[in-house]
Structures are given as structure tokens and as C-alpha cells.
Design a protein around this ligand. Structure first.
Ligand code: NAG
Ligand code: NAG
Ligand code: NAG
Ligand code: NAG
Ligand code: NAG
Length: 244
């Protein structure tokens, strides 16, 4: 009998010890882990990431991180923070992330294709950094995305056709990069004007004003005719026939 009580207590103490151990907490905290690997990959001269302590139960008390009621990360706000270094693929593990704000830093390297796993993302702001490489095709999976601003980086290659599938997209800025190839004009892209694509290496298609090689030239816009004051339906017919 005594022996059994002793065993029972020992088992419980063992479980308690395991639960209290920082390594166990880190293992149980995938989102904090993901953010901590981001911190490890960034140079942070102003110590804005100082509160990012990986031994805490979750990252919800860290500065620049916002969680929902289930202690899952929904925002990372690190705009204008003088950060350099590179992003990490583990960011794709923040499964409830809605806002990833990393604008106006000096972050370089590629945009990880794993960001396409953030299917609840509403805003992806990576503008004014030093990103290189391609815009990942996987970003087309971000069906809730409303703001995609990648302007003022050094991104190259084509604009992925998959982005036309993001029907929620309201604001797109790809200007001031080194993109080339055709600018889509269907799907969500029917909303966007030349400003979204300005100052790239070699973009073509209707919205740019440069026809793509091998495609027929654009039909010129109809000439502008100063409409005379409309007084009768007869006059209207004359205007219409002048325009043809
Ligand atoms: C993102 O999804 C892809 C494809 O499903 C998978 O291979 C990759 O491991 C995921 N990345 C992360 C960080 O979970
Ligand atoms: C950005 O980083 C590059 C090197 O990666 C450095 O040469 C440049 O001065 C940095 N710019 C700013 C504004 O910190
Ligand atoms: C973005 O880049 C363009 C071209 O280099 C530059 O004129 C513009 O000032 C930049 N935008 C900002 C906000 O710095
Ligand atoms: C757009 O989405 C549809 C449906 O999910 C898919 O079949 C299609 O391949 C996508 N288009 C592009 C260009 O990715
Ligand atoms: C836009 O057109 C391309 C082919 O030109 C196609 O692959 C893509 O799925 C289209 N997007 C939508 C949303 O229809």
C-alpha cells in the first residue's frame, strides 16, 4: 500500500517536471518557435525583438505580436523597425495570421513560398525592403488577401498568374521592382491601374501601354469628339456615327 502511494506520487512529480521544463514548453509552442526562428535570422540593431523570449508559454505577450483568444498569433507588426537579414519558411506555420507587416526595413533574400500556407492572411506588406528572387506562385492560395504590397524591392521574373485568383484583393502594389513579362488583366487584376506596376524592368500588356512581343498591337482608343449640345435624338445618332 505504502509503495503504491509512493509510485503514484513519483509518476505525478515526473509529469509535473516535464510540463514545467522550458524545452517541453517550447516544443508545445509551435508559433512561438516559428517567430523565434525569424528573430534568430534577423539583425535587430534597435532591439525591437528583445521581448521575444522563447521560454514563455506562448508568444502572445511579446511586443509587436497580437494573438486571438485562443493564444494563436493573428498579427506581426514590424514595419519601420530597421531590421535586416532574411525571412524563414517557418512563418508559414502561423496558421491564423491575418497581418504580416514588415514594410520599411532592409530585409533581403527571397519571399518564402511557405507564406502561401497562411490562408487566413488579409494583409501582406513587404514593401520598401531588399527582397530578391521571384514572387512565389503559392501566394495565389491566399484567398482572403486584401492588401498585397511588395513595391520597392528587387523582385524579378513574372507576375504569377495565380494572383488573379485572389478575388478579395483590393490593393496591389508591385511597382519599383525588376519584374518582367505579361501583366494579367483578368480576375482580380481587372481592378488595377498602371500605378500598381510602374517602374519595373520589362512588363507588357494592356495596363502597361506596351504590347507583349508577338501579340497584336492594341486598338487605339476612339478619338475624342467634343459633343455638341444634345437637343434631339437625331443629333445623338450623328454623334454615334461619327465615333464609328
Ligand atoms: C507549406 O505547405 C507546403 C505544401 O503543402 C508544405 O510542403 C510546407 O512544408 C508547408 N510549410 C510550412 C512552413 O508548414
Ligand atoms: C541595407 O542593407 C545593405 C546590405 O544588405 C546595406 O548596404 C544598406 O546600407 C542597408 N540600408 C539601410 C537603409 O539600412
Ligand atoms: C520607391 O522607389 C522609387 C524608385 O526608386 C522611389 O522614387 C520612391 O521614392 C520609393 N518610395 C519610397 C516610399 O521610398
Ligand atoms: C485558379 O484557381 C482555380 C481553382 O482553384 C485553379 O484550378 C486554377 O489553376 C487557378 N489558376 C491559376 C493561374 O493558378
Ligand atoms: C486569367 O487568365 C489566365 C490565362 O491567361 C488563367 O490561367 C487564369 O486562371 C485566369 N484567372 C482567372 C481568375 O480567371
Amino acid at each position: 500500500m505504502e509503495r503504491k502511494v509512493g509510485d503514484f506520487l513519483f509518476a505525478w512529480l515526473l509529469i509535473l517536471a516535464l510540463l514545467m521544463h522550458p524545452a517541453w514548453l517550447v516544443l508545445g509552442n509551435m508559433e512561438g518557435d516559428a517567430l523565434h526562428s525569424l528573430r534568430s535570422n534577423l539583425y535587430d540593431p534597435n532591439n525591437v525583438l528583445q521581448s521575444w523570449d522563447p521560454t514563455l508559454v506562448n508568444p502572445c505577450t511579446w511586443f509587436h505580436v497580437t494573438c486571438n483568444n485562443d493564444n494563436s498569433v493573428i498579427r506581426v507588426d514590424l514595419g519601420n523597425a530597421a531590421l535586416s537579414g532574411q525571412l524563414v519558411p517557418q512563418l508559414g506555420l502561423l496558421k491564423n495570421l491575418q497581418y504580416l507587416e514588415l514594410y520599411s526595413n532592409n530585409i533581403s533574400g527571397p519571399i518564402p513560398s511557405d507564406l502561401g500556407n497562411l490562408t487566413t492572411l488579409v494583409s501582406l506588406d513587404l514593401y520598401l525592403n531588399s527582397f530578391t528572387g521571384l514572387i512565389p506562385d503559392t501566394l495565389g492560395k491566399l484567398s482572403k488577401l486584401r492588401f498585397l504590397r511588395l513595391n520597392n524591392n528587387s523582385l524579378m521574373g513574372p507576375i504569377p498568374m495565380s494572383l488573379t485568383n485572389i478575388s478579395a484583393l483590393q490593393v496591389l502594389d508591385l511597382s519599383n521592382n525588376r519584374l518582367s513579362g505579361v501583366v494579367p488583366d483578368n480576375g482580380s487584376f481587372s481592378l488595377f491601374t498602371p500605378i500598381s506596376f510602374a517602374n519595373n524592368l520589362d512588363l507588357c500588356g494592356p495596363v502597361t501601354g506596351h504590347p507583349c512581343p508577338g501579340s497584336p498591337p492594341f486598338s487605339p482608343p476612339p478619338p475624342f469628339v467634343q459633343p455638341p449640345p444634345i437637343s434631339s435624338p437625331g443629333n445623338l445618332l450623328v454623334i454615334l456615327s461619327l465615333n464609328v
